[in-house]
Design a protein around this ligand. Structure first.
Ligand code: NAP
Length: 341
């Protein structure tokens, strides 16, 4: 799995997943980028900067903007489809076997491609399906959880998408250790990837070890600590945002290598074969985020960064109101205590 190769023109290195397909180690995140002009420009700049891995989700409501730019680049012959690594996710309200194909086909139509490279179940939790567009259905101010979610049955429907050629690879997101083990017990096609929060203050080591045991590659979301995160009223839970880029150890290592703190945070993960999908719509920052393959962190640097792990206390994505009442709730934080440094 951790077999890394440098590919011709691309700016990034790759992880070879358990199905033999390659995932670029650095991709572009796109959560909270639903302004069409902004995301289209960012995507153009990212493609120019050498990005080939793009992370989206039905929930982000930007698949159509990404699709427009992909189509332009493909039609103009500036990139081949097989050079792109496009990831999208099954939303919570479609976390049912009978809805998987329908939702994936809608994503493909918006992305203007015949297949995605990786299709993920966004969360192990399902919400009540009311309509295709009502992605977070609410009643009387409360999220409408579907407590009958059957993650094994959904996984079978995910496997059918590989058989049908609509997804090259399938994976999971936000699954805990027990849920990974349950999927591994029944899977005909094991997950190729798990996308979870991994950042310097929350290194998520136990879950990563289990993924490694089962040869499931890991992709880190929030690798910079998600500093632009907005509090959404529907989450009903306050959270603190870790100030990773201001950490004295990170700053010190950045200075030593003449790099930015953001580049050090990303390199720390990539050097452990963890894929990263930093979100940026800023042309300079997104360029910076992929230019991390011209230096190596020393063993001492790695040890110092490992030492910043706060375990569970460093987790910064808290989940949602009443989520713990769902039988598949993967974790729950009563009170977020990520300290600001
Ligand atoms: P992130 O990538 O850690 O942080 C993004 C924020 O950092 C943005 O506000 C961005 O602002 C800023 N930024 C980017 N590069 C920077 C740099 N070099 N220096 C300083 N600031 C920088 O957090 P994220 O967006 O939450 O996570 C990354 C991606 O993971 C998401 O976009 C999404 O695709 C995915 N994700 C998945 C899940 C899941 O449940 N599977 C959950 C969360 C996120 P500018 O745009 O202004 O640069």
């Amino acid at each position: 799995m951790s077999n890394i190769v440098i590919e011709g023109k691309s700016k990034t290195k790759f992880i070879t997943m358990n199905n033999g397909l390659k995932m670029p180690l650095v991709g572009l995140g796109s959560w909270q980028s639903d302004n069409p002009e902004e995301i289209e420009l960012a995507l153009e700049k990212a493609l120019e900067a050498g990005y080939r891995h793009f992370d989206t989700a039905t929930l982000y409501k930007n698949e159509d903007s990404l699709g427009k730019v992909f189509r332009r680049w493909l039609d103009q012959g500036k990139v081949k489809r097989e050079e792109l690594f496009i990831v999208t996710k099954l939303p919570w309200n479609a976390m049912r076997p009978d809805l998987v194909e329908k939702f994936l086909k809608s994503s493909l139509a918006r992305l203007q491609v015949k297949y995605v490279d990786l299709y993920l179940t966004h969360w192990p939790i399902g919400l009540i399906y009311t309509s295709d567009d009502d992605l977070i259905p609410m009643k009387d101010g409360k999220i409408m959880y579907d407590k009958t979610t059957d993650i094994e049955a959904v996984w079978k429907a995910m496997e059918a998408q590989v058989d049908a050629g609509l997804a090259k690879s399938i994976g999971i997101s936000n699954y805990n250790i027990k849920q990974v083990e349950r999927i591994m017990k029944m899977a005909r096609i094991p997950p190729a990837n798990q996308q979870v929060e991994v950042q310097t203050y929350f290194q998520n080591k136990a879950l990563r070890q289990v993924c490694e045991k089962y040869n499931i590659s890991v992709c880190a979301y929030g690798p910079l600590g998600s500093p632009g995160r907005k509090t959404y009223s529907f989450t009903g839970i306050e959270f603190n945002i870790p100030d990773l880029m201001d950490d004295p150890v990170v700053k010190d290592i950045a200075k030593k290598h003449s790099k930015t703190p953001g580049q050090i945070l990303l390199k720390f993960l990539v050097q452990q074969n963890i894929a990263v999908i930093p979100k940026s719509t800023n042309p300079e920052r997104l360029k910076m985020n992929i230019n991390i393959f011209d230096f190596e962190l020393t063993q001492v640097d790695m040890r110092r960064l490992e030492g910043l792990d706060k375990g569970e206390a460093g987790r910064s994505f808290p989940g949602f109101t009443d989520m713990k009442e769902h039988p598949e709730c993967p974790w729950f934080m009563e009170k977020v205590s990520t300290p600001r440094r």
